[in-house]
Design a protein around this ligand. Structure first.
Ligand SMILES: *[C@@H]1O[C@H](CO)[C@@H](O)[C@H](O)[C@H]1NC(C)=O
Ligand SMILES: *[C@@H]1O[C@H](CO)[C@@H](O)[C@H](O)[C@H]1NC(C)=O
Ligand SMILES: *[C@@H]1O[C@H](CO)[C@@H](O)[C@H](O)[C@H]1NC(C)=O
Ligand SMILES: *[C@@H]1O[C@H](CO)[C@@H](O)[C@H](O)[C@H]1NC(C)=O
Ligand SMILES: *[C@@H]1O[C@H](CO)[C@@H](O)[C@H](O)[C@H]1NC(C)=O
Ligand SMILES: *[C@@H]1O[C@H](CO)[C@@H](O)[C@H](O)[C@H]1NC(C)=O
Length: 358
């Protein structure tokens, strides 16, 4: 009864206030709305929509995250802030635990994520950190996000913080992470060291600087067939270093956009779909084998020549008697011959014979 009385009183006051000044009823409505808003306490620069649980905040210069979110908030969208550093415990409030399920911090010039930045967001399922300029990410940055399903880190210039991202993703907290967006980061390799701490089903690596996935990555992916990988718009190098990746593409059907992958090197194969490559284009083995067999054949030739030399020397050594004899024979034969010649010469040059001839 008391409550009803105050409401009636309030309504009566409003009426008394509005009518004599000939304001339309809109003024009354505005009065009531502003009072309601004040009661709900929507943070500055934010729009609050209780019917879908969304708080949207937008401000070009503001450097600190909105505080005192309404209890009903399940989605917080912050845009165009100049946050720079996401400090530890940014969302853990002393008195109340936030029930956020979706948090979008896309495009807020975030450069540093400190350890425990998301502490207290135990219900969070979707975290969008895309379109920032991440330079430093603490290895415990994602600590406590036990329910996180989707993490967007696209277009956040991660290439300079690739190692740190690897470490941050290796935390035990992200054991429910299913979808990871890493596109548009100029990444040269996959910044995930192990898949088992995560529960990935979708890994988006499109629009990066990946030239190939190494054997190590291919075999890790083969062990986690539940992961679908997206790799379009990467500058693939279609030489023989591609081989294990090529077979994985052909065989594993784990690459969701395989038909969109194009070669960017060498020049002769630029723009060619990876799927159209032939075995010979990616097999190092043949050219390697040629080089190896060439080397082997030279070595073999050397060995054969050396053997022949050794055999020759041995024959010479073992047969030295025979050779001596042979040499003696030759010498004797020569001497005999010479003697014959000598004899003839002597005969030819005998003056007596010459006189006879004359
Ligand atoms: C963002 O904050 C930094 C100071 O940390 C300042 O140097 C920079 O100009 C700010 N950017 C904008 C767009 O206000
Ligand atoms: C909680 O906030 C109150 C003031 O609102 C403060 O005195 C207290 O130290 C805080 N507790 C923690 C654990 O931060
Ligand atoms: C990138 O981030 C935006 C959010 O800003 C998201 O909507 C989008 O799906 C993400 N992925 C790609 C591939 O653009
Ligand atoms: C690809 O990534 C770059 C940043 O590396 C970004 O500027 C560009 O908009 C992205 N392209 C597409 C089509 O998303
Ligand atoms: C993928 O390859 C990179 C670079 O070779 C390596 O650091 C990383 O650990 C590999 N990841 C997996 C899951 O194999
Ligand atoms: C293709 O995949 C099957 C099953 O995953 C595997 O047994 C086979 O060795 C693969 N073949 C090649 C050429 O990688």
């Amino acid at each position: 009864m008391e409550r009803r009385k105050t409401w009636v009183d309030y309504y009566g006051n409003g009426k008394a206030f509005c009518i004599p000044k000939r304001y339309s009823c809109w003024a009354t409505v505005m009065c009531v709305l502003s009072l309601v808003a004040k009661v709900d306490n929507c943070p500055a620069y934010c729009t609050c929509r209780e019917n879908n649980g969304t708080v949207t905040c937008r401000n070009l210069r503001e450097r600190t995250l909105p505080t005192n979110l309404p209890q009903w908030a399940n989605t917080l969208i912050v845009r165009d802030y100049n946050i720079t550093s996401l400090l530890g415990g940014s969302f853990s409030h002393n008195d109340t635990e936030l029930e956020l399920v979706n948090l979008s911090l896309s495009g807020n010039n975030i450069q540093i994520i400190e350890a425990y930045a998301f502490l207290g967001l135990t219900r969070l399922q979707n975290l969008d950190l895309s379109h920032n300029r991440l330079i430093s990410i603490a290895s415990q940055a994602f600590y406590g996000l036990n329910e996180l399903r989707c993490l967007c880190l696209n277009d956040s210039s991660l290439n300079s913080a690739a190692m740190q991202v690897s470490n941050a993703l290796a935390t035990d907290s992200l054991r429910n992470l299913q979808r990871l967006e890493l596109s548009g980061n100029q990444l040269k390799s996959m910044p995930i060291t192990e898949f088992h701490p995560l529960n990935l089903t979708m890994l988006v690596l499109t629009n990066n600087s990946i030239q190939t996935l190494g054997k190590e990555n291919v075999s890790s992916l083969n062990e986690h067939k539940e992961i679908q990988v997206y790799l379009a718009s990467n500058p693939f190098k279609c030489n023989c270093e591609l081989d294990s990746f090529y077979y994985w593409l052909k065989n594993a059907s784990q690459c969701a956009d395989a038909s969109l992958l194009l070669c960017s090197e060498p020049e002769s194969k630029k723009g060619m779909p990876l799927e159209k490559l032939k075995k010979d284009d990616v097999e190092c083995v043949s050219s390697d084998l040629e080089a190896v067999s060439e080397a082997v054949s030279y070595v073999f030739l050397g060995i054969v020549l050396a053997l022949i030399g050794v055999v020759f020397l041995m024959v010479l050594y073992l047969n030295r008697e025979g050779i001596n004899r042979w040499l003696n024979n030759i010498r004797e034969a020569c001497r005999d011959q010479m003697e014959v010649y000598h004899y003839r010469y002597e005969q030819d040059s005998d003056p007596r014979l010459a006189n006879v001839a004359v």
